[in-house]
Every structure is written in C-alpha cells, then in structure tokens.
Design a binder for this molecule. Structure first.
Ligand code: ADP
Ligand code: ZN
Length: 369
C-alpha cells in the first residue's frame, strides 16, 4: 500500500497583522478545491510549476480548480535555480496580463523554493500585488522558503538580488509530495531543519539525534510542523528584517553562502549550509561562546543525515574572499550567528579575517578532534 504521510493535519496561523495567513499542513492536494473555491481567490488561477513537479501533481491541482468552476492555466518551467531570472518574471506577468487576470485572481506556485521565490515575486509586482498561494513540494520549501514572505530572483551578479517581502494568502502543504522528492533534495531540507534545532529548539535537536535515516520520512510531518512554528515566530517578530531578530536564521549561512558561491554546483545550498554550521560551531567553540561538546554534537547530527562535515576539500582562502560579499559585513568585521548551547545562539558576533582564517585552518588540521 502507498504510504500516507498526512497523519498530522494542522493549521498554523502566521500572525502579521493585515498580512496574516494560514499554513495548512497535512492536507491532500486534491482537497485544495475547498481553499481555491473561495470567492476571494478570484475566477482565474495561474499555476506556476516546473517540469519535474507538474507531471506528478499538476493534474490533481488543475482538477481541483476546475471542480470549482474556475479557469485554470499553467506555466511550466525548467527545474532549477536558473529559472529564477528577470526574463521569467516578464514571461509570468506578461501571461497574467494577456490572460486579463485581475488583482482578485491568484498565482499558485506548485514546486520547490525556486518556484515559490519566483512566483511570489511575480505575484507581488503584477498590478502591485495579486493573490499568491504557495504549495511547497520540497522539504526545503516546506520548512524554509515558503514561510517568511521573502520572494526574489537572481541577477548575473548574485543570488536573490532583486525581490520583495510579500506574504502569501495561504501556504498549503501535502506531506505526500515528499514521497517523490529525490534523496539529495531531502538532505538539503534536513540542513535547514538541523539549523532550527540549534537556533531555537533543544527539543527538536534532541529528536533529530534519535532518528535513523531509514525511519526519517515518517517523522517528517511532526518535524516540519515544529520548523514552521519556529520560523513563523521569528518572522512574526521581524517581518521585514528590520529589528535584526531575523538574523538568527542566518546561522550556518555566513560561511555557507561563501562555500556555495565558491563550490556551486558541486555543493548545493543545503550541503553548503551543513558545512557552514560545522564551521560556525567551531568558531563558537574557539571564541569561548560554547563548549567543545556543542560543536561535537552539531557535527555529529549533520553527519548522521549524510550531509558533508569535512573541510578537507574546501579552500579556506577562497571562501574567505567570498565572505566579504556578505550583507552582514560591518567595518571590516564579519558578523556571525554562533551557538551558545543547543537551542540558543548569539547574533552579531564580530570576528576579523585573521581569527576566522586561523580557526578554520586549525579545524582542518585536527579533523578528527
Ligand atoms: P529548493 O531546493 O529550494 O526547494 P527547487 O525548487 O529547485 O529548490 O527544488 C529542488 C528540486 O526538486 C527541483 O529539481 C524540483 O523540480 C524538485 N522537486 C521539488 N519538489 C519535488 C517533489 N515533490 N517531487 C519530485 N521532485 C521535486
Ligand atoms: Zn538556507
């Protein structure tokens, strides 16, 4: 019998005043008709998806729209980061305009983070904002990209350089979509999940420590719910990244981004963040913020989920160069989020290049610890 992961069904509200919305977790895609049937989502629904996801789930969503007597169209893009560009935005908004979509109609994204970032951005600028519903189908998108309202695309100069803060009207998650997600994509999501444990939840981290890879999939619904709540709480306190509270979500991402720029496409975002978390935990230990045990625990969990932990093939000098592109650089000092203990991090930890260089090279020399 086919597995059913929708064993948990919840509705979590992300409280953002007039921008509040619900995250529906554990709902079947074919039942999305009860959401899409609502008058406030208009009469025209545009589905944005990619060539991997649409053939598996597209028809189900289309039928759900048609069953409510609404008009449905779709744009299906090549999968991957390269679709996150301005030309695609032009294509999407051109399609909306030629289809005479009005502000009451809806853009529905069905796919991973690439699709929701791109579709959310297009939805935010077409007629200064049209309804946007996100159906994240990758683990990374379910725990991270679809919560928080950051939309955007890449420029040749760098990733996510153009974008907006635009909250969806709803996020709708069918856990069963994870059953077709490739292993490497699942691991990417695990990197962000481990991050949530480290920054905010000792309980989640301890749960992760007990999980065997073979039994992971059944545990994901509960884990995803915990992550959505954690990210939701952070975002509620700092919707537009103004107060600095959101900065804690960058744990593992300062080194991680630099590694991603230097080693993409060999290493993907999740793998780079995994290495980033290991490196930044080492920095936490070496600056005296946390004990060696914290570093060791973090490294062990990252390794447990078959994510990379070794810097043996990483050139420290080249990643240091890329660190300076980071948005958090202030007065020649690099700002890090470092662990204090499992479940608590400290943001705004300033380190200079010499300290980072020394610590990371020492880490590589002693890789067995
Ligand atoms: P992200 O990792 O940020 O979610 P993508 O949108 O590129 O980024 O998604 C990762 C890859 O996984 C893409 O190739 C996408 O087509 C594929 N994918 C996403 N969801 C599923 C799914 N449920 N089943 C199969 N493939 C999927
Ligand atoms: Zn990330």
């Amino acid at each position: 019998m086919k597995k059913n992961l929708n064993i948990l069904k919840t509705k979590t509200k992300i409280e953002l005043g007039k921008n509040s919305y619900y995250v529906f977790l554990g709902y079947l895609l074919k039942k999305i008709s009860s959401l899409l049937g609502k008058e406030k989502y208009g009469n025209k629904i545009l589905i944005l998806s990619d060539k991997n996801v649409f053939p598996i789930y597209g028809e189900t969503v289309k039928n759900a729209v048609v069953s409510k007597g609404k008009e449905v169209t779709e744009i299906i893009l090549p999968p991957g980061e390269k679709s996150k560009n301005l030309k695609r935005v032009e294509e999407i908004i051109g399609f909306c305009a030629s289809g005479k979509m009005s502000r009451d109609d809806t853009v529905l994204t069905l796919g991973g983070g690439v699709i929701s970032d791109l579709g959310g951005f297009a939805a935010s600028i077409y007629m200064r904002g049209i309804n946007f519903i996100s159906c994240p189908t990758s683990l990374l998108a379910q725990v991270d990209a679809s919560i928080g309202g950051k939309t955007g695309i890449n420029l040749p100069f760098g990733k996510n350089l153009v974008g907006s803060f635009y909250q969806p009207s709803a996020v709708y998650v069918d856990f069963n979509t994870l059953l077709t997600l490739p292993e490497r994509e699942k691991k990417q999501g695990m990197a962000e999940i481990i991050k949530y444990g480290i920054i905010k939840s000792r309980k989640l981290f301890q749960l992760l420590e007990t999980i065997e890879l073979s039994g992971l999939i059944e545990k994901l619904p509960d884990i995803i719910e915990q992550c959505v709540k954690i990210k939701g709480n952070v975002v509620e306190k700092d919707e537009r990244e103004k107060t600095g509270f959101r900065e804690i979500l960058n744990f593992g991402h300062t080194l991680g981004h630099a590694i991603e720029i230097a080693y993409s496409p060999r290493l993907n975002h999740g793998e780079s963040v995994a290495l980033g978390m290991v490196g930044e935990s080492y920095l936490g230990w070496k600056t005296g913020l946390c004990g060696k045990d914290v570093f060791k625990k973090i490294k062990a969990v990252v390794e447990q989920f078959k994510l990379p932990v070794s810097y043996r093939n990483i050139e420290i000098d080249s990643i240091l160069k890329y660190l300076w592109y980071d948005k958090k650089v202030k007065k020649n000092k690099l700002r890090f989020v470092l662990p204090e203990k499992i479940g608590t991090v400290k943001k705004g930890m300033e380190l200079n290049q010499k300290e980072i260089n020394y610590a990371l090279k020492e880490m590589v020399r002693n890789e067995r610890y």
